[in-house]
Design a protein around this ligand. Sequence first.
Ligand code: HEC
Ligand code: HEC
Length: 243
Amino acid sequence: MNKLLTTLFALAVASVTGLALAQAPAAAPAASAAAAAPAASAKAAAPAPMGAKSLEAKTAMCFGCHNIKGYQASFPEVHKVPMIAGQSAKYIVSALKAYKAGDRKHPTMRGIATTLSEQDMNDIAAFYEGLGSDGAKLPEAASKSPDPQVAALLQKAACVSCHGSNFSKPIDVYPKIAGQHPDYLFVALKAYKADANRAVGRSNGVMGAIAKQFSNDELKALAKYVGSLDGELKVVPEHRFRH
Ligand code: HEC
Ligand code: HEC
């Protein structure tokens, strides 16, 4: 957090100085610096409108589950909590909205998403997308070939057409799934089949129609393969980004 504030301060100073220098020939330096100051602080505030402090407060709510390696949830069965660092920000927002609207029925995440405004969701999503990125580029092709059984399942539902050739280049607001915890992928896939249940499951027109074409054994095989691929999703423990 100190680092962020320092950066914002440095940016503000840099733009005041820059504007003052640019305007120096036309006006007295003192007057132009004063005129530039409000513009500079508006600029510095733009990337984090909710304020650095409240972003920290909002994300702090997530760290206890999403930033602990190997952390497990027990509902509706034991599985690892999904990795969200490195996930697409657009998808994170879309998923949070689905919990808030009740289309995703997971009780804990519904309770949490209900407390978030759209602005909170945007800011948190940008934070997590950036947290996973190390600048490395994932090859276009999946890091492993599927066995013939899984290849046939993947083809049947054209998974790559939406999730990308390496399962990490989704279109639109869709998720990256390569390398996600296989036990979570399995739970998520089964959840799309349970769209009529009030307490568990996910109502989603697209994935509902797809998941229902497969038996649970087939979904498990798909989850195992996709989860075994190289991907961009990570668990980043708190001590790695907070000092
Ligand atoms: C008590 C543990 C816990 C906390 C705290 C928590 N989560 Fe979650 N989160 C989960 C679990 C478990 C799931 C999987 C839910 C499901 O099966 O749909 C999940 C799912 C998600 C997903 C969907 C991931 C995907 O791949 O579809 C997002 C996004 C998410 N959480 C964001 C957050 C954010 C942001 C916060 C903090 C504001 C937060 N979570 C706090 C446990 C938690
Ligand atoms: C027509 C586009 C499309 C196709 C084809 C498709 N998906 Fe999806 N997938 C989506 C969308 C959209 C979501 C997000 C749904 C939501 O918001 O819950 C999703 C979500 C998922 C999730 C949940 C990810 C998470 O983090 O919770 C998994 C797992 C998944 N898809 C696997 C697959 C597999 C495996 C196939 C092929 C058998 C497949 N998808 C085919 C669009 C598609």
